[in-house]
Design a binder for this molecule. Sequence first.
Ligand SMILES: Cc1cc2nc3c(=O)[nH]c(=O)nc-3n(C[C@H](O)[C@H](O)[C@H](O)COP(=O)(O)OP(=O)(O)OC[C@H]3O[C@@H](n4cnc5c(N)ncnc54)[C@H](O)[C@@H]3O)c2cc1C
Length: 326
Amino acid sequence: MAVLVLVEHAGGRADDVSQQAATLARGYAQAAGEPLQAVLFGPDAGAAAQSMGTLGATAAYVVVHERLTAYAPQAWGRAIAELVETHAPSAVIAPGSERATEAMAHAAAFADLPLAANCVDAVPGDAAAVTRLRWGGSLLEQARVHGRTKLLTAAPHAVEAAAASAPSETVVTEFTPELEDADLVVQVVERAQTDAGGGVSLADARVVVSAGRGAGSAEGFAPVEALAAALGGAVGCSRAVTIAGWRPHTDQVGQTGTKIAPEIYIPCGISGATQHMAGCKGAKRILAINTDPEAPIVANADYAVIGDLHEVLPAITAEIEKARAG
Ligand SMILES: Cc1cc2nc3c(=O)[nH]c(=O)nc-3n(C[C@H](O)[C@H](O)[C@H](O)COP(=O)(O)OP(=O)(O)OC[C@H]3O[C@@H](n4cnc5c(N)ncnc54)[C@H](O)[C@@H]3O)c2cc1C
């Protein structure tokens, strides 16, 4: 038996959340005394598969099918379920990205197995013992997962990614699933580039400056954009802002938005509702700017400035520019 890890990748390497999932999966495989194997999809999967040894995978399955040219959740799920059927891994562990979670839900339905999402820890056994994030990260649940193959996703930014202490030799094999027309009804047909954050993606940004209802209007984001630009960061927002139509949903941080893990997160005029905090738990440091010292975000922050964001942000940006000029 083996433990399979689903790896999403870009530029020939596993992306951050897949490296975190692989770290969880490697620990699970070691505890089970089984090898770790990877499964990859997409046109560049062959190249990325060559680097799976750094994650500790001794084998990598590259899923190829003439009709599978882009992300197609049901087709991915079908392929994973077929791997479960033919290779009988003891577990399949995937990153908790939206795409992988959707694919794993299809795989679980095809394989008629339970799926435990958002795990932060997993210990193998007849029934695997998992700890997982519930209620937008406000609750840790301990649960037992049954079934011949345990299907799990790793909560994003909850496990620190680490390379294998000794890289493995990886045997790369192509795997062609038997897909049905229905598996390809939903698939990516086009990609559009957003212009937010000057090309810095919210999910990957090392600095995120966000604003909420306290910004007051779409125009109220000007000082937020200026500080983000000065710091080379991305702009985010709360759901109050996307509901008001001030910013697109792609900028929303939170349970129903993007999960971020920057070095520093600067939420301005955001109260810090549970659903917002669920998206920024992975931030290493939080600097809150708010007029209300009693706002929950202040209690959750490492640093806080109590003041009007329209005064505080231009002052910070001016200081940064002054320091750079000097
Ligand atoms: C199922 C569900 C999913 C949700 N998902 C998300 C999600 O993904 N992301 C999300 O953000 N929310 C989400 N929400 C909504 C969430 O519960 C809150 O309603 C929302 O986060 C509030 O946004 P806010 O903090 O901008 O606004 P408010 O709660 O109104 O807070 C505004 C804050 O701005 C401060 N302020 C006002 N003026 C200024 C000023 N001039 N300068 C500085 N501070 C000022 C105030 O003191 C206050 O703290 C979800 C809710 C539900 C029910």
